[in-house]
Design a protein around this ligand. Structure first.
Ligand code: GTP
Ligand code: MG
Length: 294
């Protein structure tokens, strides 16, 4: 087994409201890192979890990313199994809090955030379900800032074309990415986010200025931060808990299994098998009725 020095090990918990997409996000990360070749049944492997389609207890799976070992701890969101969330967050040093883009900050989001804050864990929000109907990243971001204050800061935001998130803008890097059907990111020219870009860069700069005195001075002098300063400030802010960045992406697009091709013969056999299965109870019923009558 590969050995990692302690400095290259990260323990990250996935927490948040029930059904917000923690398990799906965790499995998508494992898939992207090449740890698994299909999603489903990795974190939620217990028969009870498979039957209920919810996480019941905390589950761990490691992955390797850029030379670091990431111990990913998926925790349950349902309050009946809150013990699993406590276990996961206590064992981790940073917490990714999943938030549905359909509903924004919810009770489970608050519970996860407060526990992570009280235990001094670094916190990040991950807005999920960007492909779902009624997805609204901006509303979710506003709800997070309302609930948890100005430490909540956008980091990767979507560029919407109507209802669809067409690409994603990394505010620190100043770059935009679009994903192809296989989930591979490709850098594209920066889309026009309109007044939102200025607004979000303002929030990022404000948050980063708080992390260091020299940066604060620069901010008040009205100078723009360099990319290195933005990255340094973000790193300091996240580690100290002064910044809780918000990022998003679409998992469905990245993890959807490829459609199986059906040959005409396979379809015929499926149709015959289904018809036979459907008609069997009817034959049995008739046979029983005949017995009863005679
Ligand atoms: N459309 C869409 N559905 C998603 C996405 N992520 C998760 N889901 C669906 O949302 C439901 C809940 O996802 P889970 O990953 O099990 O949510 P969870 O937060 O782990 O749930 P608990 O562990 O029970 O709290 C499942 O039906 C997922 O398929 C997404 O990005 N897009
Ligand atoms: Mg789960």
């Amino acid at each position: 087994m590969k050995q990692y020095p302690a400095a290259q090990i990260r323990n990250v918990a996935l927490a948040g409201h029930g059904g917000s997409g923690k398990t799906a996000a965790g499995e998508a990360m494992l898939l992207k890192a090449g740890e698994i070749d299909r999603v489903g049944g990795v974190f939620d492997y217990d028969p009870e979890e498979i039957k209920r389609k919810v996480s019941v207890s905390a589950a761990l799976h490691p992955l390797e990313w850029k030379g670091c070992k990431l111990n990913l701890l998926d925790t349950p969101g349902l309050f009946d199994f809150a013990g699993g969330m406590y276990e996961g967050i206590r064992a981790a040093e940073s917490v990714v809090i999943a938030v549905s883009s359909k509903s924004g900050a919810a009770v489970g989001t608050e519970k996860a955030f407060k526990l992570a804050r009280d235990l001094n864990r670094a916190r990040m929000f991950f807005v999920t379900k960007m492909d779902a109907e009624n997805a609204d990243f901006y509303k979710a971001l506003d709800s997070l800032r309302q609930a948890f204050g100005t430490s909540v800061c956008p980091l990767v935001v979507p560029f919407m074309n109507g209802e669809k998130a067409e690409s994603y803008v990394d505010l620190l890097e100043g770059k935009a990415y679009a994903y192809d059907a296989k989930g591979v990111a490709k850098e594209i020219p920066m889309p026009d986010l309109g007044s939102r870009y200025e607004e979000y860069m303002g929030l990022v700069s404000e948050a980063i200025a708080e992390t260091d005195e020299a940066l604060m001075e620069k901010f008040f002098e009205g100078e723009a931060f360099t990319k290195d300063e933005l990255i340094k400030g973000m790193r300091l802010g996240v580690a100290s808990g002064a910044i809780a960045p918000v990022r998003t992406t679409c998992l469905r697009q990245r993890t959807k299994p490829e459609k199986r091709r059906r040959t005409p013969t396979a379809s015929l056999w499926t149709w015959l098998a289904r018809t036979a299965l459907r008609s069997r109870p009817m034959c049995l019923r008739r046979w029983r009725t005949r017995l009863w009558v005679s």
